[in-house]
Each structure stands twice: as structure tokens, then as C-alpha cells.
Design a binder for this molecule. Structure first.
Ligand code: LR7
Ligand code: MN
Length: 565
């Protein structure tokens, strides 16, 4: 018995010693490999081994948040997370619990996995810009890029620090990067003053030497196989500018969801980016895996040929901090001979945050001024529609635009009308090809149809308010050739019960949204129900209704500000 015990403990000693030496060996191997390389090829083969090691281990991981599952906090931890939400604008406690190199689910369509790409593809410089990003999402972005990009296609990762002052982003970050990627594939570049994200991207692109630039926000996770389809599409034509499908990473629990819908980008006349359905015409005759053209990009995640990026004017360096550059580069790419596409087989997650976890120096409305710059340079006479929303900016000085205008001249770019007609023909232009537009006034009360600033993305009741004589964008409506009473995307909708309120719903070209306005009598009649838009005795600030039509009743008379026919 004793002998047996002794044998067993001996065996244990042997086993643990072996495990210890093996552990030391693997740690040493990584360090040794990278500090004793000889040639580029050696480095590449070592990087390949590391890449394969990660792939092999990817299916047998465990820990919070692995494979993109949500991290649900309770008790003290939840309290701490809630407390930090205002500052960080996402759940930093949950994020910190998740491995920096967690695996995510492969959310691509199965057909994507069958595509074979050529062995030789252009190489990418991935540029991740950040200002005071939290540690774990920043490094998770870098790990995801290195671990999910075949080494032969990843030329470098440039971490561009836009003058952060979080202490851990200084020497601690330097040390982490040097230790984790000793071969130097990840490089840190720092600005010496706060540049804002637009100039930061330019600064990040300057030192890059890969064939292709891929920009990412600093809170992303690249999905399996994300890089090949982007590079392949640029290899096919260097004028293709490409966006991955963006999967949402929850700001509440860091779940990597697969709801990166099959959408493309649009814009509002107030110059905000919007998601929209892929238009019918582009859905027909196509495979799921085909690239889909898009009028605009969201801004943060895209791939572009490096030389082409500089050729078409990189970014407008006169733009500050945040906003506008995404539509500017979108319009510019299309108008100056390029093409913008979403690539369904390339998926990248992004933490969508409801506020900005950083300051806007000088409290400036940078989105407004940046958008004004883009409207003045790229939108020709259509800039008027931006100013409908931004009357406050009329006459303001957007900074010097000479160089950007010269760029447009030099590149011989097409007009904004060409862009609307050819790239985004579905875009509703509120004052063109309509019967009438502007304020819709009830003369006897001097009240006007008004959105009352309610959120137009959700169905809401349409209101009335005292007429603002053309200064309020909330009172701009169009009477379309299809008989809709509409805003940019929303149409006045009713089932037509007597006395029921009228709602603003997404335009769907259906009969509940068709109206007939008679300029002479002033009535606006709901065609399906035969009821008339009626202000009755409804006070300013309340919702408008439809009622049985009474010929000549003052409360049913309406006049548009402008008639085109
Ligand atoms: O002064 C700054 N300096 C920076 O380096 C301010 C920000 N930044 C960094 C920041 O750390 C981050 O990595 O710039 C990046 C983008 O800033 P976010 O994440 O606050 O922007 P966002 O995701 O809210 O906004 C979207 O629109 C912006 C308009 O200017 C940019 O184009 C963002 O890149 C863009 N993000 C995306 O497109 C992600 C995809 C989802 C969508 C929609
Ligand atoms: Mn972002």
C-alpha cells in the first residue's frame, strides 16, 4: 500500500514537472521565436504558427462572453457597471471580464465559406484610431484583427492614438503591444494634439505602407474570414471602396449578435447617415454573397486601396472631431469615379454606444460645421435641402474650402444631381417632382402641420403648431406625385375612422397613405376613407385628425407654401 502511494506521488511529481517545463518551453518559444528571427520569411512562418495555434484553440474555449454570448452581471458588479455607464457609454465591467482574444460566432452565411479566393491578395494596413478608448475593447479590436487575418494578408496594424490621456494608454499600452506582438506587426503612432477622428485617420494613413488601408473604430471585433473578401474586391478593381457588414456588439452585455442586417447606407437631408433596405432592383438576380452597392457608408469600417485613398483626396482635414466625413467620402467616391459597396461575407462587430465617451473641445457642433463643408463642396444646389434643416448655419463661415473645391475640379467629379439620379434614385427630394411642398397652413387658425419634434423613426401622431414662416424644418411637408403627404421617409397615414388621429409612418406606397389635395377648395382628402384632414378645435401642440368632409368648413382648409403645378 505504502509503496503504491509512494509510486503515485512520484508519478505526480514527474507529471507536474513535465507540465511545468512544457509551459516554460511554450512561453519561451514565443519569446525566442520573435527575438531571434532572421528573415522576413522566418517572421512570417512564426506568425503563421501563432495564427494557426489560435485557430486550433478557437473551438474549445471557455469563459465569460466566449463565442459572443452576453455577459449578464448581478449584484455589486451590476451596480458598478451601471455607475460607469454614463462615463464609458457601455458596460466596461462586462467587457473587462471577457478575454481580450475571445472567440466569436461565425455569423456568415454558409455560402460565404465555400468561396475560394486567390492565394495572392493585396496586403492590408489596418488602422485603428482611438481617443481615450477603454482598454479592453481597444485590445479586443487588435487581437481580433491579428487572430482572424491570415498573416500573409496582414501587413501591419497601426494604432493611432489621438492624444488620449487615460494613463493606461501610455507606457502600459506600449509594453503590452511589445510583449504580445514582439515581431512588431502592431505599431503605435501618437498625435501631439487632439486631432479629432477625421484628421486622426489621415495621420494613421500617412505612415501606412500596405497595399490596402482598412479603417476600424477602436471597439470592434473582426469576424472569421473578414479580410479576404475585402482584399479580393480591391484586387478586382482598385476603385472599389468596401464596407463589411456591421454586426452589433451590445453596449449593455457585449453580446456579439448576428443582426448585422443586410442593409446599405442612405442619408437624411440633415446629413445624418441612415441604414436602409437594399432596393428591389439590387435584390433581383443576385447571390447573397455578391457585393451590394451602397449610396453611403457609416464611416468607421471600410477598406480602400492605399494609393487610391490619397488620389481621391483622403479626407477633408478641415473637419473637426466627429461627423460628416462619412457622407463626404461617400459622395466623393461615387461622384469622382469610384464605387462603394457592402460585402456580405465580411463581418465586423462594433459596439454601438448611445453617447460619446469623450469631449468635444470648445463644445462645438462639429457635425453641423463638417456637414456644412461637405454640402458647400459636394452638393451643388441641393445644399438648400440641408439648410432647410440647419437655418442656424446659413451665413456662418465653414472655414476655407478652396482646396476641397480645387480637388473636385481636378478630379473632374460629376454633379450631385448625377449622384442622385444614378446612385440613389430612390432618394426623395422634397421640393422636386412634387405637386407642392413647404408649410401646410390652415389659414383661419394660422396653425400648420408640425412633427412637434417627435422621433420620426417610430410611428407617431402628427401635430399642429403655430406657423413658423418657413424657419422650422418640423413644418416642411411635400405633396408627392404619388399622392402622399410626406416627410423624407415618413408618410401621413390613417385608417380613416371619423375623428381619429393621423399618424406618420414609414412610407410604403399603400392606400392608407394616399391623399388628394384640392388647391381651390383647400381640402386634403384621404382617398381610401373619403375623410378630410381637419384641425377642428385642436389647440397648437396637439395631434391632428380626420373627419367627415364638410364642404367649405374652415377647419378643413389647407394651403401649401409652394405649389409647383
Ligand atoms: O476626437 C476623436 N478622436 C478619435 O480618434 C474622436 C473619436 N476618435 C475615435 C474613437 O475613439 C473611435 O475609434 O474615432 C472612432 C469613431 O468614433 P465613435 O466610435 O465615437 O464614432 P461612432 O461609432 O459613434 O460614429 C460613426 O460615425 C462617425 C462620424 O464621424 C465615424 O465615422 C465613426 O467611425 C462611425 N462609426 C461607424 O461607422 C461604426 C459602424 C456603425 C455605424 C453606424
Ligand atoms: Mn464607434
Amino acid at each position: 500500500m505504502r509503496i503504491f502511494m509512494r509510486r503515485r506521488s512520484k508519478l505526480w511529481t514527474y507529471l507536474s514537472a513535465t507540465a511545468f517545463f512544457l509551459g516554460c518551453y511554450f512561453l519561451y518559444r514565443n519569446w525566442y521565436d520573435f527575438t531571434n528571427w532572421k528573415t522576413e520569411d522566418d517572421i512570417l512562418s512564426i506568425r503563421k504558427r501563432r495564427y494557426l495555434d489560435y485557430q486550433r484553440g478557437e473551438s474549445s474555449r471557455s469563459g465569460p462572453g466566449e463565442y459572443g454570448v452576453p455577459v449578464i452581471l448581478e449584484g455589486e458588479e451590476k451596480k458598478r457597471a451601471d455607475g460607469l455607464m454614463a462615463k464609458e457609454a457601455f458596460n466596461i465591467v462586462a467587457s473587462d471580464k471577457i478575454a481580450l482574444d475571445r472567440a466569436v460566432r461565425d455569423v456568415r452565411d454558409p455560402k460565404c465559406k465555400d468561396i475560394k479566393y486567390p492565394k495572392v491578395l493585396p496586403k492590408a494596413s489596418v488602422i485603428i484610431i482611438f481617443h481615450n478608448e477603454a482598454w479592453s475593447p481597444l485590445l479586443r479590436t487588435v487581437h481580433s484583427v491579428v487572430n482572424r487575418s491570415p498573416p500573409e494578408y496582414l501587413h501591419e496594424v497601426i494604432l493611432l492614438d489621438d492624444f488620449s490621456d487615460r494613463p493606461e494608454l501610455g507606457s502600459k499600452l506600449n509594453a503590452y503591444v511589445a510583449e504580445t506582438w514582439p515581431e512588431g506587426i502592431v505599431k503605435i503612432v501618437r498625435t501631439d494634439k487632439r486631432c479629432g477622428l477625421i484628421r486622426a485617420r489621415i495621420e494613421g494613413a500617412k505612415p501606412a505602407t500596405g497595399d490596402v488601408l482598412i479603417f476600424l473604430d477602436s471597439h470592434c471585433e473582426a469576424g472569421p474570414g473578414w479580410i479576404e473578401p475585402l482584399l479580393f474586391r480591391i484586387k478586382q478593381d482598385r476603385r472599389n471602396v468596401l464596407c463589411p457588414i456591421v454586426d452589433a456588439i451590445s453596449d449593455e452585455n457585449l453580446e456579439f449578435s448576428s443582426n448585422g442586417g443586410y442593409n446599405v447606407g442612405g442619408f437624411t437631408w440633415s446629413l445624418h447617415f441612415t441604414w436602409r433596405d437594399v432596393p428591389e432592383i439590387d435584390v433581383k438576380n443576385r447571390q447573397y454573397t455578391d457585393p451590394v452597392r451602397s449610396p453611403t457608408m457609416a464611416g468607421g469600417l471600410f477598406a480602400v486601396d492605399r494609393e487610391y485613398f490619397w488620389e481621391i483626396g483622403s479626407y477633408d482635414p478641415g473637419m473637426d472631431v466627429w461627423g460628416g466625413e462619412n457622407l463626404e467620402i461617400s459622395f466623393r467616391v461615387w461622384m469622382c469615379g469610384g464605387r462603394l459597396e457592402f460585402i456580405p461575407c465580411s463581418r465586423v462587430g462594433h459596439i454601438f454606444r448611445s453617447s460619446h465617451p469623450y469631449t468635444f473641445p470648445g463644445n462645438k457642433d462639429t457635425h453641423g460645421i463638417n456637414s456644412m463643408r461637405l454640402a458647400e463642396v459636394w452638393m451643388d444646389e441641393y445644399k438648400r435641402l440641408f439648410y432647410v434643416h440647419r437655418k442656424d448655419l446659413l451665413g456662418k463661415f465653414p472655414g476655407d474650402l478652396t482646396e476641397r473645391k480645387a480637388l473636385r475640379e481636378k478630379l473632374q467629379c460629376k454633379s450631385f444631381k448625377w449622384y442622385l439620379d444614378n446612385v440613389y434614385p430612390e432618394k426623395f427630394v422634397p421640393d422636386e417632382n412634387v405637386h407642392a411642398w413647404g408649410m401646410v397652413r390652415n389659414p383661419s387658425s394660422n396653425l400648420c402641420l408640425d412633427t412637434l419634434q417627435r422621433d420620426e423613426k417610430i410611428v407617431f401622431e402628427m401635430g399642429i403648431f403655430s406657423c413658423q414662416n418657413g424657419v422650422s424644418a418640423n413644418q416642411v411637408f411635400s405633396y408627392s406625385l404619388d399622392g402622399e403627404l410626406r416627410r423624407e421617409e415618413g408618410c401621413l397615414t390613417t385608417h380613416g375612422e371619423d375623428g381619429s388621429v393621423v399618424k406618420l409612418e414609414q412610407c410604403r406606397n399603400n392606400s392608407l397613405q394616399k391623399w388628394n389635395h384640392d388647391k381651390e377648395s383647400g381640402t386634403i382628402k384621404h382617398i381610401e376613407s373619403g375623410k378630410c384632414l381637419d384641425r377642428s378645435n385642436i389647440p397648437s401642440g396637439k395631434s391632428i385628425i380626420v373627419k367627415i368632409c364638410k364642404n367649405g368648413e374652415d377647419s378643413q382648409k389647407w394651403a401649401f407654401e409652394h405649389y409647383l403645378d
